[in-house]
Design a protein around this ligand. Structure first.
Ligand code: FES
Ligand SMILES: [Fe+2]
Length: 342
């Protein structure tokens, strides 16, 4: 199977659909897995409806926030936070409302890690644990969300991959002659998969590089974790400095040709220095540019779940596990395991 951003079976997962501040009391249309949702705050409470009025299918995102309800722009039907239709003006004040007049709402909608997450159907697992985001010992920041002509699953796979770093990230942190990747194993925890890579990166953020006390190319421990369907967490531990950079990548598969990328960062090596934080955001955008040179060049936007369709080596274990994870999700499995199925 070639999995695209709109393939069936992807609904049982959390997806980032906006940053926290993009959702206000004005309705906003977001697209996920090819379907449109209207997201807003009704009486301050985070709310989402299918962006299609059940009456004549007008987009609800052009409607009016009436406090506890949203009013459709076309004929004035109103919907409460649970999607129940509370008013059909043309029927008069005492009319009974047909149950079919209710609008669909997603299974789940939450705010976490500076993002708004939507689960169209009951998700197979919770959001990743990203304690650094809430830890006062860490500075947090985020790159502006980017809309890119890539598959959300190819992008997630790229974030999990460690062997492109010396060849793709030549202008930022990659070390050209550090291509060898020592053996590593993939661990599963329910629907989460993870591994620990031992890599060598250029550490531009270590002040002792300038004094000559530390080399620029430093050994680092890179923890990578993925959970369904398009979220990856990275923890980069730098043994020479004892510092950590943690990054949460969340992908919004919008439609078959487009994805939105969210990159939330928490780090404990800048001690609140805002200028350095700003510089690091520019740097992280350059890192993304390097990945996009490859990822936006693909002619087919998606990911092969048939593991025979690509060549996998022992250094692609996490990527292989990710394909299996997606396969289990879209098949409708109720549990995930990497061991061969009996
Ligand atoms: S289309 Fe929404 S009220 Fe008629
Ligand atoms: Fe990369």
């Amino acid at each position: 199977m070639f999995l695209t951003n709109t393939s069936p079976g992807l609904e049982r997962a959390w997806y980032a659909v906006a940053t926290h501040d993009e959702i206000t009391d004005r309705p906003r249309s977001v697209q996920l897995l090819g379907r449109h949702w209207c997201v807003l705050r009704l009486d301050g409470r985070l709310t989402a409806f299918e962006d299609r009025c059940p009456h004549r299918l007008a987009p609800l995102s052009i409607g009016t926030n009436c406090g506890a309800t949203l009013e459709c722009r076309y004929h004035g039907w109103r919907f409460d936070q649970a999607g129940a239709c509370t008013l059909i003006p043309s029927l008069g004040p005492d009319a009974s409302i047909p149950p079919k007049a209710d609008v669909a709402i997603p299974y789940g909608l939450v705010e976490r890690y500076g993002l708004v997450w939507l689960a169209p159907a009951e998700p197979v697992c919770e959001l990743p644990s990203f304690p650094e985001w809430e830890d006062p010992g860490y500075d947090t920041s985020r790159n502006e969300p980017r809309e890119v002509a890539c598959s959300a699953f190819q992008l997630t796979d790229n974030f999990l991959d460690a062997t492109h770093l010396p060849t793709v990230h030549t202008q930022t942190f990659g070390v050209a002659d550090a291509g060898y990747l020592p053996p590593h194993e993939v661990t599963t925890d329910g629907w989460r998969i993870s591994t620990l890579y031992r890599v060598t990166y250029r550490n531009h953020d270590d002040p002792l590089v300038a004094t000559g006390e530390h080399p620029l190319a430093q050994p680092q421990e890179l923890y990578k974790e993925a959970c369904p369907a398009a979220t990856a967490l990275i923890r980069l531990d730098m043994p020479l400095t004892g510092k950590r950079l943690a990054i949460l990548f969340a992908l919004q598969p919008q439609h078959d040709e487009r994805s939105r990328v969210y990159k939330q960062m928490a780090r404990n090596d800048f001690d609140g220095d805002e200028a350095r934080m700003k510089e690091s955001l520019v740097f992280e955008d350059l890192v993304m540019d390097e990945d996009l040179v490859v990822l936006e060049a693909y002619r087919e936007l998606g990911i092969h779940l048939d593991v025979q369709a690509e060549v996998h080596t022992r250094t692609d274990k996490l990527s292989l596990a990710y394909r299996r994870l997606l396969g289990a999700l879209v098949r409708g499995d109720t549990a995930f395991s990497l061991s061969p199925r009996s």
